[in-house]
Design a protein around this ligand. Structure first.
Ligand code: SF4
Length: 504
């Protein structure tokens, strides 16, 4: 290795690192970016390594200071790159789609800028930048290839995201997604089912169907019932134990979807449905095309058809023009709906959205005070709803990396069918992530459950085998070349950062 080349290559192979911001769509796109780079011969940089040879930022454009965060991180990397000529930096995702060549103007040490519609171009653009020693900015106005056709490097061996559509046809006034991810495009049902069957053949036993507006699936292929048909088709796939989906929109949540959820055994009793506000005038200003009565009506129908369903939501507090009466309506829906969990956000202006220009922007102090009231109410309800789980016997899919205290508490963690997080007593028998255990719930906390008694049954699964095989392959690798066992286990449920839809 020549003295000037300070690259972090491992055994001469260039290393990469993908830094992901924002929603599940980005988490899934990052699996594709990793797959593309590994397909091009890069290896994942060892955990904790200084900067990799190639650092890719998969950005989010939601938060008001999303760009400050990006330029802060890029500034941090500048001296590292100056010290290592072979190093490359690439910026993709929603902020790249929005800011384009502004990024290389503000951070001229960036080598590649690509958008949300052409993630497949990353390896070629990196090579072109290296050969031409010139930054490459390439943004497509519409989708070049469905991300699911690109190579992937999944974060989990036993659970997977499956994208069914990209983009969104709605125009919620606080949301920048349609401008950056375009109109809705649906994958063909056959392609989706083929991907799921291939995943199950690899040992995956849980999938999450992914779309900006997952239950609008079909609008692009002219079949209004395509989503419920897809759920039912998933019910016929042997070996597929759990089906989840994110995020639906209340407007498109039709009776055929509720029936498909209730009548398809492997579709889990869990639903994330963004409310955003409980006030009809605010919902109108948000252009959310449903009102309080319809939202509560859907909750009632879901509960009638699936009594144990855990329902979670997203709520924005402090939308421009929101009065105290409007906010009281939000609290009213929260009391009525009894959500298992709510991701709550303080409204923040997003440049480029109609709401950012609206009159009646609410002072931070007022927003904060309302936010605290909402969080306190929801915390109480989450705990009460969790307490109803005590005494129930549940099957858990054993998770990896979801129990921060597991090592010290001699416990393991898993997800119940309704996606609640349960920490359970470690059995003497070996249990692997992806396996299924049966436990009795003995205690409820606001955001997790405990099963302190002995495990009632352990079912070793093909998913557990897949995890074990991957783990062994990882351990067999020479030090430094990471097979990149996931930092995270199964796709985490909606991170509080940003929900699937509209990224509040
Ligand atoms: S909030 Fe969701 S439904 Fe509304 S425009 Fe954004 S992505 Fe579409």
């Amino acid at each position: 290795m020549s003295s000037i080349d300070r690259s972090q290559s491992v055994g001469g192979t260039r290393t990469y690192e993908v830094r992901t911001y924002g929603c599940q769509m980005n988490v899934h796109d990052s699996e594709r970016l990793s797959g593309l780079l590994e397909d091009a011969g890069y290896v994942r940089a060892p955990e904790g390594a200084d900067a990799a040879d190639v650092v890719v930022f998969n950005t989010c454009a939601v938060r008001e200071n999303a760009d400050n965060k990006l330029y802060g991180n890029l500034g941090h990397l500048a001296p590292k790159k100056a010290a290592r000529p072979g190093m490359q930096i690439a910026v993709g995702g929603c902020l790249a789609q929005k800011d384009r060549d502004t990024i290389v103007k503000r951070a001229p040490w960036v080598d590649v800028v690509f958008g949300t519609h052409n993630i497949g171009k990353l390896p070629v653009l990196l090579e072109r930048a290296r050969v031409q020693e010139e930054a490459q900015v390439e943004i497509a106005e519409s989708l070049e290839a469905f991300p699911s056709t690109l190579p992937t490097r999944r974060e989990s061996a036993y659970a997977a995201w499956v994208s069914i559509s990209v983009g969104c046809n709605n125009t919620c006034t606080f949301c920048i997604v349609p401008a950056l991810r375009g109109k809705e495009k649906d994958r063909r049902p056959g392609d989706i089912l083929a991907e799921i069957e291939a995943l199950v053949a690899e040992g995956v036993s849980e999938i999450t169907l992914l779309g900006q507006n997952v239950n609008a699936y079909g609008s692009d292929i002219g079949d209004r019932e395509a989503f419920s048909k897809l759920l039912r088709a998933c019910g016929k796939i042997d070996g597929l134990e759990r089906v989840r989906f994110t995020s639906p929109h209340p407007r498109d949540f039709t009776d055929d979807v509720i029936a498909a959820m209730a009548e398809t055994p492997n579709v889990m009793p869990q639903l994330h449905m963004p409310l955003q506000s409980g006030s009809d005038p605010v919902l109108k200003a948000m252009r959310r095309s449903y009102r309080q009565e319809r939202f509560l009506g859907i909750i009632e129908k879901v509960r009638a058809a699936i009594p144990h369903a855990a329902i979670s939501t997203d709520i924005i507090v402090g939308f421009p023009g929101e009065t105290e009466e409007d906010f009281e309506q939000t609290l009213h829906v929260v009391r009525e709906a009894r959500f298992a969990q709510a991701f709550t956000f303080q409204y923040s202006k997003r440049p480029g959205t109609p709401a950012a220009e609206m009159d009646g922007q609410i002072p931070k102090k007022v927003v904060q005070e309302r936010y605290e009231r909402l969080v306190a109410l929801q915390e109480e309800i989450s705990w009460e709803e969790n307490k109803k789980q005590v005494g129930r016997t549940l099957e858990l899919m054993v998770a990896e990396g979801e129990g921060r205290k597991d090592d010290t508490t001699h416990r393991l963690s898993g997800r119940a069918p309704d996606n609640r997080l349960v920490h359970f007593t470690k059995p003497d028998q070996e249990v692997r992530p992806g396996d299924v255990v049966t436990v009795e719930i003995t205690y409820a906390a606001p955001h997790h459950l405990l099963a302190e008694g002995p495990v009632l049954d352990v079912r070793r699964t093909r998913a557990g085998d897949a995890w074990e095989k991957r783990n062994a392959a990882e351990k067999a690798k020479p030090v430094g070349v990471m097979l990149g066992l996931p930092k995270i286990g199964a796709p985490e449920p909606l991170p509080a950062v940003a929900s699937g839809c509209g990224c509040d």
